[in-house]
Design a protein. Structure first.
Length: 255
C-alpha cells in the first residue's frame, strides 16, 4: 500500500513537470523560430514480489507474485528542431531560415550564440542586431567573420545570399552535427560547447519569419490528456490514503 502511494505520487510529479513544459511550448506559439521541447519519461527499477509463507516438510517455498514498478520520472528534455512554417511579413528586416542552420550572434560578453529568430533591427551604429541588441555575424568570401553593418533598413538580400552594401558579406549560418548539444538560453537563443560548421545549404528568405514549430491543436489536446492523467493519479492517492486511515483506525479495534 505504501509503495502504491509512492507510485501514484511520482506519477503526479511527472505529469506536473510535463504540464509545465507543455505550457511553456504553448506560451511560445507566436515566438518566431521557437523550437518546442518534449520530455522523455523513464520508469524506475522494478522489483519481483515473492510470497515465502508456504511451508512443506519444514522448508519454505517461494511463490512469485509478479513485478511491481516504483513509478516514473523525467529522463531528459529533448528539443525538436523541425522546420516551422515560413510566413511573409513584408518587413525588410525580417529573415527566415529554410533549412537546419542558425543565425550566428555575438553578445556583449563576446560569446557566440545562435538563433532561428530573424526579427532584426539596426542599432545606433548601423549594425544589424537582434531585438535584444546582440549583433548579427556575417562572413565574406575569404572566410573572415564581421558584424553586418547596413546603415539603412531598405537594403536587399541578393539571390546569391550577399547582403547589399556590406562589402560582400553573407549571413554566417551555423550548423551542428548533433543539434541536441545545443543548450537553450535567454531570448530564444542557443549556446554550444562544440564548434559549428558553416551551413551552405540553408536558404535565407527576406521579408519573412519562421514561425514556432508548436502545433496549437496537438499541444492543447496533450495538455487536456495530462490534466486528466494527473487527476486520475490524485484520486488513486486519495483512495489509498483513506484505506490506510481505515486500516490504522478501524481494523482490529475493539467495540
Amino acid at each position: 500500500m505504501i509503495r502504491g502511494l509512492y507510485t501514484a505520487a511520482t506519477g503526479m510529479i511527472t505529469k506536473q513537470v510535463q504540464m509545465e513544459n507543455l505550457t511553456n511550448n504553448i506560451a511560445n506559439i507566436n515566438t518566431a523560430g521557437f523550437k518546442k521541447d518534449n520530455l522523455a519519461i523513464k520508469s524506475f527499477d522494478e522489483v519481483l514480489l515473492e510470497n515465502r509463507d508456504k511451508y512443506l516438510n519444514g522448508k519454505s517455498f517461494s511463490n512469485k507474485l509478479g513485478k511491481m514498478e516504483f513509478g516514473v520520472g523525467i529522463d531528459e528534455t529533448v528539443t525538436t528542431y523541425s522546420q516551422g512554417i515560413i510566413e511573409e511579413t513584408g518587413r525588410n528586416l525580417d529573415f527566415a531560415i529554410n533549412g537546419s542552420g542558425f543565425f550566428t550572434l555575438e553578445g556583449a560578453d563576446g560569446e557566440y550564440r545562435y538563433t532561428r529568430d530573424g526579427r532584426f533591427k539596426i542599432d545606433g551604429n548601423g549594425f544589424l542586431t537582434t531585438i535584444n541588441g546582440e549583433r548579427v555575424v556575417g562572413i565574406n568570401a575569404a572566410g573572415i567573420k564581421k558584424f553586418i553593418k547596413v546603415e539603412k533598413s531598405d537594403f536587399k538580400l541578393g539571390s546569391d545570399g550577399l547582403i547589399e552594401n556590406t562589402g560582400g558579406l553573407k549571413f554566417l549560418i551555423s550548423s551542428f552535427n548533433n543539434s541536441q548539444d545545443l543548450k537553450k538560453g535567454p531570448s530564444n537563443t542557443y549556446s554550444s560547447n562544440s564548434q559549428p560548421d558553416i551551413d551552405t545549404t540553408s536558404n535565407i528568405i527576406q521579408n519573412s519569419i519562421e514561425k514556432s514549430n508548436v502545433d496549437p491543436i496537438e499541444a492543447v489536446t496533450s495538455l487536456i490528456t495530462l490534466m486528466r492523467n494527473y487527476e486520475s493519479n490524485q484520486k488513486i492517492l486519495q483512495q489509498m490514503d483513506e484505506t490506510l486511515g481505515k486500516t490504522v483506525n478501524e481494523v482490529g479495534s475493539l467495540k
